[in-house]
Design a protein around this ligand. Sequence first.
Ligand code: ZN
Ligand code: FE
Length: 256
Amino acid sequence: MTLEIVRIPCLSDNYVWLLHEPAGGAVAVVDPADPGPVRATLGARGWRLTHILNTHHHADHVGGNLALKAEFGCTIVGPRADRDRIPGIDIALGEGDTLDLGAERARVIDVPGHTRGHAAFWFEGAGALFCGDTLFALGCGRMFEGTAPQMWASLLKLRALPDDTLVYCAHEYTQSNARFARHADPGNADLAARSRAIDAQRARGEATVPSPLGLEKRTNPFLRADDPALATAHGLDPHDPAAVFAHLRRSKDVFR
Ligand code: ZN
Ligand code: FE
């Protein structure tokens, strides 16, 4: 892999991702929640920030934009559909657009649902997907501004990527997501095994992100709404995956 990726924990449970392309020296930060920890990590590595990539407009994803831009003069890239809500945005991109970070190229995938405009950045060569609050390890984002059919369509686009893609989501929600996932899909042996591994990882204080997309496809109930077994287990019509997805998302919203 020619893209170096560094995890920066921020706020209570956010992950900010720092990307370094060694050949050209480009350095991008994905969703800088808070400028302080980003600045500290850049300083420790002797890197100069060239880009900010924003997946969506929420404060815990754009909070560091203006301070980092003032300090580094970096270029801010975000979803076209929400360009008015991304502080300091320079380049607005949409479905299929590409962004070159030195020798590494990111393709933008529009994934609305959590917010009206939400971008995912897929670095195909590096096998890395930065998906903000759309797809989480064993979960998906809440639908604050979108509908269930829209969110399901967005997740299907991400599910179409190769199994060995690593999913770099923006929050450490995995252990609580696993509790709901086991409740939603109790017969899934892969999920049960993964859930035990996650408990052990968290007990050791380890991060559970990134995760391989192939594992998400087998264990994340929000990527499995079109699995007839899962629909039937909930007494739902297996021919209407968007409705199954809507049911799962509503159930998760009130799950304790
Ligand atoms: Zn968000
Ligand atoms: Fe968030």
